[in-house]
Design a protein around this ligand. Sequence first.
Ligand SMILES: Nc1ccn([C@@H]2O[C@H](COP(=O)(O)OP(=O)(O)OP(=O)(O)O)[C@@H](O)[C@H]2O)c(=O)n1
Ligand SMILES: C[C@](O)(CO)[C@H](O)COP(=O)(O)O
Length: 229
Amino acid sequence: MTAHVSVRGDVAVLVPAAGLGLRLGPGGPKALRLLGGEPLLVHAVRRLALAPSVGCIVVAAPVDGVSSVQDLLAPVAPVLVVPGGATRQASVAFALAAVPAEFDIVLVHDAARALTPPELVEDVAAAVRGGHAAVIPVLPVVDTIKQVSDSGIVVATVDRSSLRAVQTPQGFRRSVLEKAHASATDEHTDDAGMAERIGETVHTVPGSEMALKITRPLDLEIAALLLRQ
Ligand SMILES: Nc1ccn([C@@H]2O[C@H](COP(=O)(O)OP(=O)(O)OP(=O)(O)O)[C@@H](O)[C@H]2O)c(=O)n1
Ligand SMILES: C[C@](O)(CO)[C@H](O)COP(=O)(O)O
């Protein structure tokens, strides 16, 4: 079965979409929750497929939803669908194992960042193509950040000038992502964290407000407003 979205794209994108969405509240797996009448996963995959660099999309779906996700995405873009794992990291690893051999650049993109514009995908892909083995989109931190003890007492005010909020898609030379996953002995919240652990330099590019991660109920309402704009 071919997973190619277009003949010109040299980039494979892994889409972890197997999370439960516990912070969003009841309503089933988050990637299948509706935004403007369509599942988050459909929004995410449609935007990925619009990025000219993308030649292959591999989705890690809820374990009991592989065939329904295949049916859901068939009219949107050609995709490979694999069963996800118990953690995001496991879901990414399963999807990575399914990437066809010819793709040397691999991006990892949360289904939960459903409104991420194709332009950000292109920016990350271009930075990897340009020679950076690991690339992440980031935004400045806008709140004052404090370190707080378990008992709720402020320990310190953190200098935020060097802090960044990290988004996806995160882009890698395939060999780097494979090595990072093969070497990981503990759980990481993002793939760049695993690359850091094996000594890779991680490059940043400017992120996008549209790439917000839909995590809590208010995020879904904000995304609905953004979608209507
Ligand atoms: N076992 C898991 C856990 C998460 N994810 C995916 O990783 C992305 C980022 O995870 P997050 O936003 O934290 O999603 P959930 O794990 O679903 O959220 P929660 O922690 O609230 O349950 C999501 O697209 C989610 O579907 C996954 O593929 N497999
Ligand atoms: C990968 C990620 O989206 C980068 O911000 C994020 O770490 C994943 O979110 P989670 O909620 O911690 O799984």
